[in-house]
Design a binder for this molecule. Structure first.
Ligand SMILES: [Zn+2]
Length: 203
């Protein structure tokens, strides 16, 4: 097994769907990334950017790549064509207002739902996006998961996938905040942390 050369850390920046998460988790994740000099890709939910414009702005100012993670964080296949377009556009407007950046062409469906649905993918493409999934997920949203378990699964998954691995994380679980330094420490050296626009193939 050789060390993966390029790894894309990706974070979904969105309203938490658990009650236990620390309110400053996203800021602490940005602190850790800045301390390590690592850049990541953040898929930003429009309504989250409206609620936390300063944190959303910091993601951009810190030099991370910004994508669109929808406005309402709904399961996209449940929306009508008109609803799909409205949701994606509302998110783009909110993200642009908060961050000063256009999230196109990067889009990630909430829950990954719709990533295999031709109707959803066509709507996303018509709005100027391509979908970005992930290779490695570590259930960092589960309250029972320890930071050590999250980190170990992330590192093992990245090594298993090899070069160009895309890791899915979230900006709100406390476990993610504490797992991130362990992941960075373990992989740093041979690995470059890149944003998804640097990858030749996307999941
Ligand atoms: Zn999400």
């Amino acid at each position: 097994m050789s060390e993966p050369e390029n790894v894309a850390l990706t974070f979904d920046a969105e309203h938490p769907d658990r009650s236990w998460c620390p309110s400053d988790a996203a800021e602490r994740i940005l602190d850790v990334l800045a301390g390590a000099g690592a850049h990541a890709t953040f898929f930003v939910q429009g309504r989250w950017a409206e609620a936390y414009p300063a944190t959303a702005r910091r993601i951009a100012d810190d030099g991370h790549l910004i994508g669109n993670h929808s406005h309402h964080h709904a399961r996209m296949p449940l929306l009508l064509d008109s609803g799909l377009q409205e949701d994606v556009d509302a998110a783009r407007d909110a993200i642009a207002r908060a961050t000063g950046r256009d999230p196109r062409p990067w889009f990630r469906c909430p829950f990954g739902a719709g990533a295999d649905d031709p109707r959803v993918l066509a709507a996303i493409a018509a709005a100027g996006y391509r979908h970005v999934g992930w290779h490695v997920e570590v259930e960092d949203w589960e309250p029972a998961r320890t930071p050590q378990a999250i980190a170990a699964d992330a590192i093992a998954g990245i090594r298993r996938h090899g070069d160009g691995a895309v890791l899915l994380l979230h900006t709100w679980p406390g476990g993610t905040v504490e797992a991130l330094p362990l992941i960075l420490d373990d992989l740093q050296g041979a690995t470059r942390f890149v944003t998804v626009d640097a990858l030749e193939e996307l999941p």
